[in-house]
Design a protein around this ligand. Structure first.
Ligand code: TYM
Length: 329
């Protein structure tokens, strides 16, 4: 079985990315001993909205180090940088020629992001799902762990694979998404109707894995809740609290019922104080690992191995695609 996923090196990794995606990569790594796991830094994806050169360089390295810091084992996982494996961009172009503008325009994320960008929407932002499909289809991927916001892109990938297979004969494996309900959509700490996002202009709405520990704790303490005052999981009337209970549950492995029971008769203040401590401890652990990875030369070796491994698989698949279509000599 092959498992693959990627994250964009845009700003910094949030608690949403961590709980919705990264933590599940680690979980799958530990659950499926024999799985072949590919994880990458989606740097080509991040330039669909233009980026400052030195920021981008820094973020690529940070994300690569964070993958290891959160617990991905380089002996089990092949970690690579998307732009270092040219078949991604090449297959993306071929997929563009086998998909429709209407399909791209229907993507919710395109609609949201293009609205924000206004006049300067790049062509890459529109064709982004083709690149994502290429990332996945190049490797005969079985399972793609992602958060809920990527579900539509995954469905499109499946459609594209099936359409291609029908047209040219069996070429691509049709992948399955792996979305864990509880962690699929971590919400903003300031507005529980919005997902936690690194592009939120209000930094109090999100926690990043490299936040100062005290600041991160304060963000939990100041998270928006309600005036009901009882620790109960109610997604409708206590949205903010429900989000915090989810975060609590994901970080401690306690069930929602166990958490509710633990806080019977106690208020939000005690609950938030404990959660602040839990989040603080998690970040401290990750940040310690992160520093030691950056201080060693290990990361470059890991990324070299990952690139070689990915290249071999990707080139093989791309050659097959060329042959099916009739490209080249
Ligand atoms: P990206 O970089 O926006 O986010 C990385 C991962 O984090 C998840 N995520 C969340 N999960 C729960 N709650 C949140 N608030 C939250 N915010 C983000 C995302 O769902 C994602 O899993 N297109 C992708 C990257 C990508 C990719 C791929 C993923 C490129 N190629 C191939 C899988 C397979 C993206 O922009 O994710």
């Amino acid at each position: 079985m092959r498992i693959l996923s990627g994250i964009q090196p845009t700003n910094v990794v949030t608690l949403g990315n961590y709980l919705g995606a990264m933590k599940n990569f680690v979980k799958l790594q530990n659950e499926f001993e024999d799985a072949d796991i590919l994880v990458f830094v989606a740097d080509l994806h991040s330039i669909t909205i233009p980026k400052d050169r030195s920021e981008l360089k820094k973020n690529i390295k940070t994300l690569a180090a964070l993958y290891i810091a959160v617990g991905l084992d380089p002996k089990k996982v092949h970690l690579f940088i998307q732009s270092e494996v040219p078949p991604h961009a090449e297959l993306s172009y071929i997929i563009e020629c086998n998909s429709y503008i209407g399909e791209m325009e229907r993507m919710i994320q395109f609609k949201e992001k293009s609205q924000k960008e206004g006049e300067t929407v790049t062509t890459g932002l529109l064709t982004y799902p083709c690149l994502m499909a290429a990332d996945i289809l190049l490797y005969d991927t079985d399972l793609v762990p992602v958060g809920a916001d990527q579900k539509q892109h995954l469905e499109l990938t499946r459609n594209i694979a099936e359409r291609f297979n029908n047209k040219y004969g069996d070429t691509f494996k049709v992948p399955e998404p792996y979305i864990v309900k509880k962690s699929a959509r971590i919400m903003s700490l300031q507005d529980p109707d919005k997902k936690m996002s690194k592009s939120d202009p209000n930094p109090k709405g999100y926690i990043t894995l490299l936040d100062n520990i005290n600041e991160a704790k304060n963000k939990i303490r100041r998270a928006v809740t309600d005036s009901i005052g009882i620790i109960k999981y109610d997604e409708e009337n206590q949205k903010g609290l429900a989000n915090l209970i989810n975060i609590y549950s994901l970080l401690t492995n306690l069930s929602i019922e166990e958490i509710e029971k633990k806080y019977i008769g106690l208020g939000y203040k005690e609950f938030k104080e404990d959660l602040a401590e839990i989040v603080g401890q998690e970040l401290e652990k990750i940040q310690d690992n992160y520093s030691s990875i950056l201080a060693s030369n290990e990361l470059d070796e890991i990324l070299d191995e990952g690139r070689e491994y990915a290249l071999k698989l990707a080139e093989r698949k791309l050659a097959k695609v060329h042959k099916k279509i009739g490209l080249g000599r």
